[in-house]
Structure formats: structure tokens, C-alpha cells
Design a protein around this ligand. Structure first.
Ligand code: PLP
Length: 425
């Protein structure tokens, strides 16, 4: 598979590395699309979902063309092939995040389902009235609401780490929240609104010193970090394939094996049992199958594995440098507008630029800029408490991926200036 190489092709950027973005773009059929009166698509909504390279589309296509069958139970050739591909994808996820055992990878529909699995299984079995779960102000609703449901049912208490003006977790406040009552700390690796990369190792060390477990929402971490769950020393790590160039409807939960072994199932059905008896002495399968009731998204899991394989072949450092360059360019365009304010200015942040513009409603910007072919996101980004902490109900969010170009950023800037001019009159 041809992958872009790190080059140094932008003399105006001095020694800054960039990479062959055109070779990368060529692998994404959708990027050739036109929208709204033949305007080239400028896709800046990558934090919501990333686009899909041909290698991943081929993996889906190949599955349905060649070996579509149900897994684990069949004795025929196709069932064998599908099972091998599905379990191979599990091993790919395991290697990608450096988990020590493939049984530590449970396929789910995505990050949301992975977090709900932990809340419903681990939470219900091991948390009691008065136990505390620490989350942060910058969480996606998927790392807030499952804990609220548990709190309502079990009397668990939720504590919240505040966020500083620049969009970083207030670590001192976090330390003050930790106590012998803390059972679980649930934070995101990378914020989908601020782009902040959180110090997971430090958070984990502090939590473990208090005997608490750590769950990381890795939805935005997987595409932006070289995740190593052993180095991070986390207990749970939740992922979505569609944020890392894979298909929708599939993701995974990493959990330490001893935790998965101790946790009860959360959904019942086929695949998750060893023996079913009507007198109630049903015995459950071992992890990870204990948590995978019913026929899973087989093609999507296989394509998730293909996406990770594809992603691993990219030159990570050059890609990161390119994304930083794109992010700085987007920020410069936003800052060129009078009355613009960027939310989230933490050092080393990823390619997410959330902003508001005085006197212009975010929704109007989103709708009008689409007329220029530019796809950005507007609204609360499933992080209403975070926006509220900045005194906001909504913002615009432009989020870049390595297949974006500086020319696209310039077009975005022109379009944004025109949109703001139109609204302000
Ligand atoms: N957490 C974060 C930080 C996210 O950005 C998202 C998706 O936007 C999610 C969780 C939820 O992911 P999914 O909808 O794939 O379950």
C-alpha cells in the first residue's frame, strides 16, 4: 500500500516537516467530491468522523464479496475465514494500543457503548452508595451520562475536575478531589472541543495512589496519540473506529483482564455463554466473549483492523507536524476576524479549533459556510457542561485531518470572512 512519505517540500515553512498530502488525499475517494454548486468539498469536521481511505473501503467490500458468514459457530470455510478475520482484527487492536492480551479487547459499537459497558457492568457490581466517580468538565456527554445513570440508580456521587481558561484540566483541583471514597476516574485522552491532550499518565498515577481505577475516553486519543495502555497504566480505554479512518458502528473497550474476569455480563444472548440451562445455572463465556452478546458488526470489525493497519503505516511524526501547521493556519484565519475568540489554547493541542464570533450565531456560520463547500460543526459538540463553563451554548468547530491542505485553510478563511460580512451586513 502506498503511503505518503515525510518530505520537506514547503520552503516557506523553513525546516518544518510536511508530508506528501496529495498522495494521502488520493487514497480518499470522497475528497474528490463536489458539494453545493460544484464547490470542492473542504472537510473540516474530522473530530466528528474521519473520512475513509480506499484500503478500508476495500476491506468492507472484500468481506461481503468473499467471506460473509457468521463467526465462531460455523464449521464451514466461510465461517472459518470470517472468524479468523474478526479475531485478527481484535489482535490488531491489541497490538495497536499495546495491550498485553487479546482477551483484553472487547468489541463494542464505539466509545459510547464501551463506557456504558463499564458503567453497567463494573459500576453496578463494584460501586456502592457514597462511592465517588471523578469525571472532568471537558467530558463528552458519553462520559457523563452513563455515570449519572449509575448515580441515580446506586447513589454513587459524581465529582468534577474543573478546566482552566486555556482549556486544561486543573490538576491541583483534581488532587483535592481524590480521597479514599474515589473508586473511578473517568477522563478523555483528548478533548473533542478544546483539542487538549490530557496528562493521562499523571492522572492515572494519582488515581492509583488512592486505590481508584481509571477509565479513559479515547475517542479522540486514538487518532492523535500513539496509545500504549501499558505505559499509560490505565484500567479501561474506550475507542471508536470511525474517528481513526475506520467505519461507523464499531469500536472497542480495552480493560485489564483481571477486571474483565471479575465483571458480570451486561447483555445476555448468544456468544456470551458457555452453557445455558433453564434452571438458571447458565455459565458465561470467558472474556472478551462474555461481553459480546449476539452477532457483532463483523465486517466493520475487520475494517477497523484494516484502518489501524493503514494508520500505522503513516509517518506519525511528520503527520503530527503537518496537523500542527494546519491547526496554526486555521487559528490564524479565525483570529483575523474582529470579535473572534478561540476556545481551547492549551500548548500541544490537536487539530481542533473551536471558536465563537461576536454578534454572529454559530449556527448561521455553519449553514452559510457550507454554501462555500466547507464542512464544519456547530452546536454544543455533546459537551454542554464544558461550553456552559465558558458561558456559551454553542460554538463553531473546525477540525482538521492530515489529508487537509493549506489551500483549503485559505479558502475556509475567505469563506468565513465573507459569511461574517454577510451576517454583520
Ligand atoms: N468521546 C469523545 C471525546 C468524542 O469526541 C466522541 C464522539 O464525538 C465520543 C466520545 C463518542 O463517540 P461515539 O459516538 O463514536 O461513541
Amino acid at each position: 500500500m502506498m503511503q505518503p512519505e515525510a518530505t520537506d517540500q514547503t520552503p516557506s515553512q523553513g525546516t518544518q516537516a510536511t508530508f506528501d498530502v496529495e498522495a494521502l488525499r488520493a487514497q480518499f475517494p470522497i475528497l474528490a467530491r463536489k458539494v453545493n454548486d460544484d464547490r470542492p468539498l473542504i472537510y473540516f469536521d474530522n473530530a466528528a468522523t474521519s473520512q475513509t481511505p480506499q484500503a478500508v473501503i476495500d476491506a468492507l467490500d472484500n468481506y461481503y464479496h468473499r467471506y460473509n458468514a457468521n463467526i465462531h459457530r460455523g464449521l464451514h470455510s466461510l465461517a472459518d475465514e470470517a472468524t479468523a478475520a474478526f479475531e485478527g482484527a481484535r489482535e490488531r487492536v491489541q497490538r495497536h494500543i499495546n495491550a498485553s492480551d487479546k482477551r483484553e479487547i472487547v468489541f463494542t459499537r464505539g466509545t459510547t457503548e464501551a463506557i456504558n459497558l463499564v458503567a453497567q457492568s463494573y459500576g453496578r457490581a463494584f460501586l456502592e452508595r457514597g462511592d465517588e466517580v471523578i469525571i472532568s468538565m471537558m467530558e463528552h456527554h458519553s462520559n457523563i451520562v452513563p455515570w449519572q445513570l449509575l448515580a441515580a440508580e446506586r447513589g454513587v456521587v459524581i465529582r468534577v475536575i474543573p478546566v482552566t481558561e486555556s482549556g486544561e484540566l486543573d490538576i491541583e483541583a483534581y488532587q483535592a478531589l481524590l480521597s479514599e471514597r474515589t473508586r473511578l476516574v473517568c477522563v478523555n485522552h483528548v478533548s473533542n472541543v478544546l483539542g487538549t491532550i490530557n496528562p493521562i499518565q499523571q492522572i492515572t498515577e494519582l488515581a492509583h495512589a488512592h486505590g481508584a481505577k481509571v477509565l479513559v475516553d479515547g475517542a479522540q486519543g486514538l487518532p492523535h496519540a500513539q496509545v500504549d495502555v501499558q505505559a499509560l497504566d490505565v484500567d479501561f480505554y474506550a475507542m471508536s473506529a470511525h474517528k481513526v479512518y475506520g467505519p461507523t458502528g464499531i469500536g472497542a473497550l480495552y480493560a485489564r483482564l483481571e477486571l474483565l474476569e471479575a465483571m458480570p455480563p451486561w447483555q445476555g444472548g448468544g456468544e456470551m455463554i458457555q452453557l445455558v440451562k433453564l434452571d438458571g445455572t447458565t455459565t458465561f463465556a470467558a472474556p472478551p466473549h462474555k461481553f459480546e452478546a449476539g452477532t457483532p458488526a463483523i465486517a466493520e470489525a475487520v475494517a477497523f483492523g484494516a484502518a489501524l493497519e493503514w494508520f500505522e503505516a503513516l509517518p506519525f511524526a511528520a503527520m503530527e507536524a503537518w496537523e500542527r501547521q494546519l491547526t496554526a493556519a486555521v487559528e490564524a484565519e479565525v483570529n483575523s476576524i474582529e470579535g473572534a475568540r478561540i476556545i481551547g489554547t492549551a500548548p500541544g493541542k490537536t487539530g481542533v479549533v473551536s471558536f465563537v464570533i461576536d454578534g454572529v450565531h454559530s449556527q448561521d456560520i455553519g449553514l452559510l459556510i457550507d454554501q462555500f463547500g466547507v464542512a464544519i460543526r456547530t452546536g454544543h459538540h455533546c459537551a454542554q457542561p464544558l461550553l456552559a463553563s465558558y458561558g456559551l451554548e454553542a460554538s463553531c468547530r473546525a477540525s482538521v485531518a492530515p489529508y487537509n491542505t493549506l489551500e483549503e485553510v485559505a479558502t475556509f478563511g475567505d469563506a468565513l470572512r465573507r459569511v461574517v460580512g454577510m451576517v454583520r451586513g
